[in-house]
Write a protein that binds this ligand. Structure first.
Ligand code: MN3
Length: 199
């Protein structure tokens, strides 16, 4: 058994003008595909060959001799989650139970948005900004470096923004803050985050 690149939930040009088809073509077709290919090559003939992606990630986290498997497995998971965190009809504020919980746990949506942007902009080098449901049942904004992800910190991911340069450089060059603004204003898939909260 081997992993395959999951289909994008929309066409490559669906996020224009905010994220170009050229960016998605490289990011999905080259970067995400490379993580899938690398993972398959690394687990071939090992104890991980028949395990789920989540189990592979959990069992290789923080193991110095399994860094390659962890990095590629986690990046496969992170990217699939990121594509669903984006929507051609996204952005703005969530509705319903998620909106109420954001207001309760952050004080206001504006406060959440400020923290989320700070997390993405403040992640030094490559990584991810997240909205998570923490172990104590409250929502939190976090940032993780490289391939690190909420799953290995006992947190449930609700929404993510990829802040590796390959996610935005063709469209925004060095302007990561502008990319974070556009993510919040035009792309954040709140229906997906709501489903993850309920799951
Ligand atoms: Mn990426």
């Amino acid at each position: 058994m081997s992993f395959t690149l999951p289909p994008l939930p929309y066409k490559e040009d669906a996020l224009e003008p905010h994220i170009s088809a050229r960016t998605l073509s490289f990011h999905y077709g080259k970067h995400h595909q490379a993580y899938v290919t690398n993972l398959n090559n690394l687990i071939q003939g090992t104890e991980f060959e028949k395990k789920s992606l989540e189990d592979i990630i959990r069992e290789t986290a923080n193991k110095s001799d399994k860094v390659g498997i962890f990095n590629n497995g986690a990046q496969v998971w992170n990217h699939t989650f990121y594509w669903h965190s984006l929507s051609p009809h996204g952005g703005g504020e969530p509705k319903g139970a998620l909106a109420e919980k954001i207001k309760k746990d952050f004080g206001s949506f504006e406060e959440f948005a400020t923290l989320f942007k700070q997390a993405g902009v403040g992640q030094f080098g490559s990584g991810w900004a997240w909205l998570v449901l923490d172990k104590d049942g409250t929502l939190k904004v976090t940032k993780t470096p490289n391939a690190d992800l909420p799953l290995v910190h006992g947190q449930k991911a609700l929404l993510t923004c990829d802040v590796w340069e390959h996610a935005y450089y063709l469209d925004y060059q060095n302007r990561r803050p502008d990319y974070m603004d556009i993510f919040l204003k035009n792309l954040a898939n709140w229906d997906f985050a709501q489903k993850n909260l309920e799951a």
